[in-house]
Design a binder for this molecule. Structure first.
Ligand code: F6R
Length: 606
């Protein structure tokens, strides 16, 4: 949550900071602000555009820090926007995270006569640094952080040394961008791509001092640590809309490329191996002998994990548990035999998923990741893993990363199934079909986009919806509902079809449509019975089914047809119309689908 950007160089800082914030706006967009040492703080409630109009175009300062906020403590007003200042107004701080002991720290500062201008936990840290500052900003920051409990990514600068930014990280990402004659800091490497592809990821406990001609990283002990830059492998086009009206639509249309990238070089079709996942090679023997796998994730990644459970159990015979990150981290987990924990996460920074991985490590379990953002904390902290290679996902609602997570879980299933001696013929068939999937998805998007848009317009008038599905499509129903909620604010429930009669059917009437995921498969007849139960309660039914499945067409009010695939791959295909449907309902309602209210892309706080 929240985005931080900073610049030290020889160009006016303010326009660079604004551009950086715009690239990070998906992380939080309820208020924003910046500080340049020569001119002070400018803050604004609302989107970055509100801040931009307040900036004096003649500002020449060449250092600055900036912040876009997703409120945790204090309502999203101008006074609560960052940067926050110390008592003297000379030290400025931006913060992403939560200071858990801010109340006790604040009491101590109040007792010293220090007053506060905002309701935030972050201002407490700014004031604390100010009281400890005796001419060495890094020292003051380190001393203050030693008194703090919680999570932070911070950037601090001061009018006393206007050519320097001090940053520190504990649980919230901070990346340094290494340029020529200029250096940058950001919460996300994607915002650095227009300036440099050389980046340094800070680890938890590390601090760094950034100047225009260099940077120095310090370990928590205070010792200087030589960290050379790593190269980002994305292009600038990947973080732009490329003519699409919204990032969300562009990212749905990225599906072909995303699937291609996720499977590239990983399907072997040779005599011995079917799938090669380089990142899992070092632990292959351990994976072969696993008794159980626990998948952890949040939101869409959790639903991808649930689909992963169905396919891993069905095709590889491996027992799988799926846990929400926010639950796993606090509950007692009872393991049976050799268990590994695999985190599914786009950002690789989600606080609850990260905490789950750390807790699994403490229990001595093998930790794995299916992670999109290269170099992210979860990617670095897990023992081994699979990168999605889906490229940066900018829209807040996950689309292409979810598709890629399903593809990665199919690859893991094929790998485990092969290792566990499952008959090869079927696995090979699936692997072959997987290779044709990118084209199939691309053709569908090209040919059916308008049909889905028309259907979405028809259903946009309802206030409630229920998504139903069975087997692999039961968790996908929950993902379809989540997507619709996020971008259209329509109330959307999700149930496994067989659950309707146990309660939720009571909700249905002619104003409560049902979106039924009913591809032709071994549970299709059961879904048809569910659709009939629903129709008997007068609820309109939009069915998503496979081409030529007349049995479903004859019972539904409306139908979206999709190509029929192997059951293991079918949920990936069904995902595409669900994402398009949510997108078009949201846009039909005139909403900003890229930045839904109350949300932020990367949830680095609890
Ligand atoms: C939904 C969505 C969220 C994320 C969740 C986990 O559209 O984007 O539910 O899936 O916050 O995020 P990552 O995958 O970054 O761990």
């Amino acid at each position: 949550m929240c985005g931080i950007f900073g610049y030290v160089g020889d160009k006016p800082a303010a326009p660079i900071l604004i551009a950086g914030l715009k690239a990070l706006e998906y992380r939080g967009y309820d208020s924003s602000g910046l500080f340049v040492p020569g001119s002070g703080v400018v803050r604004s409630a609302g989107p970055i555009a509100n801040l931009e109009v307040k900036i004096d175009p003649s500002l020449t300062d060449t250092t600055g820090i900036a912040h876009t906020r997703w409120a945790t403590h204090g309502v999203p007003t101008e006074k609560n926007a960052h940067p926050h200042l110390d008592m003297s107004g000379t030290v400025a701080l931006v913060h992403n995270g939560i200071i858990e002991n801010y109340k006790e720290l604040k009491e101590g500062l109040l007792a010293q006569g220090i007053t506060f201008a905002s309701d935030t936990d972050s201002e407490v840290l700014a004031k604390l640094i100010g009281t400890l500052y005796k001419g060495d900003l890094l020292k003051a920051v380190r001393e203050a952080l030693a008194m703090v409990r919680g999570t932070y990514g911070i950037a601090v600068t001061s009018t006393h040394n206007p050519k320097q930014i001090v940053v520190a990280r504990m649980g919230s990402p901070i990346v340094l961008g290494v340029g020529t004659g200029a250096n940058y800091i950001s919460s996300d490497p994607a915002a650095l791509v227009p300036y440099t592809k050389d980046v340094v990821y800070l680890e938890d406990g590390e601090c760094a001092v950034i100047e225009s001609d260099g940077y120095k990283v310090y370990e928590s002990s205070g010792r200087n640590r030589q960290k050379n830059p790593e190269k980002i492998d994305w292009d600038i086009e990947e973080v732009q809309k490329q003519g699409f009206e919204h990032f969300m639509l562009k990212e749905i249309f990225d599906a072909k490329e995303v699937i291609d990238n996720t499977i590239r070089g990983r399907l072997l079709h040779d005599e011995f191996r079917l799938v090669k996942l380089g990142g899992l090679e070092p632990v292959l023997d351990e994976i072969k002998s696993l008794d159980r796998l626990t998948i952890v994730g949040c939101g869409s990644a959790y639903y991808a994990g649930l689909i992963g459970k169905y396919i891993l159990e069905e095709y590889a015979g491996l027992p799988v548990d799926v846990e929400l990150g926010s639950e796993y981290r606090y509950k007692r987990t009872v393991t049976q035999g050799k268990t590994a924990v695999i985190a599914v996460t786009q950002s690789g920074e989600t606080a609850d998923t990260l905490a789950s991985i750390r807790s699994a490590k403490e229990q001595g379990l093998l930790t794995l990741g299916i992670v999109n953002v290269v170099g992210s904390t979860i990617a670095r902290e897990t023992d081994a893993g699979v990168y999605n290679h889906a490229g940066p996902e900018v829209a807040v609602a996950s689309t292409k990363a979810f598709v890629s997570q399903l593809v990665a879980l199919v690859l893991v299933t094929l790998l485990v199934a092969k290792e566990r001696g499952v008959a090869e013929a079927e696995l090979k068939k699936i692997a072959k079909e997987l290779q044709t999937l990118p084209e199939v998805v691309q053709t569908y998007l090209r040919d059916q986009k308008e049909t889905v848009a028309r259907m979405a317009e028809k259903y946009a008038r309802y206030n409630d919806t229920m998504f139903i599905g069975r087997k692999f499509h039961a968790p996908l129903a929950a993902e379809g509902a989540l997507k619709l909620k996020e971008v259209s604010y329509i109330h959307a429930e999700a149930y496994a079809g067989g659950e309707l009669k146990h309660g939720p059917i009571a909700l249905l009437d002619e104003n409560f449509p049902v979106i039924a995921l009913a591809p032709e498969d071994d549970v299709c007849e059961k879904m048809i019975s569910n659709i009939e139960e629903v129709r008997a309660r007068k609820a309109p039914v939009l069915a998503i089914t496979t081409e030529g499945n007349d049995a479903v067409v004859s019972v539904a009010d409306d139908v979206l047809e999709i190509p029929k695939l192997h059951p293991m791959l079918q949920p990936i295909m069904t995902t595409i119309p669900l994402q398009l449907f949510a997108y078009y309902v949201g846009t039909a309602k005139g909403l900003n689908v890229d930045r839904p209210r109350n949300l932020a892309k990367s949830v680095t706080v609890e």
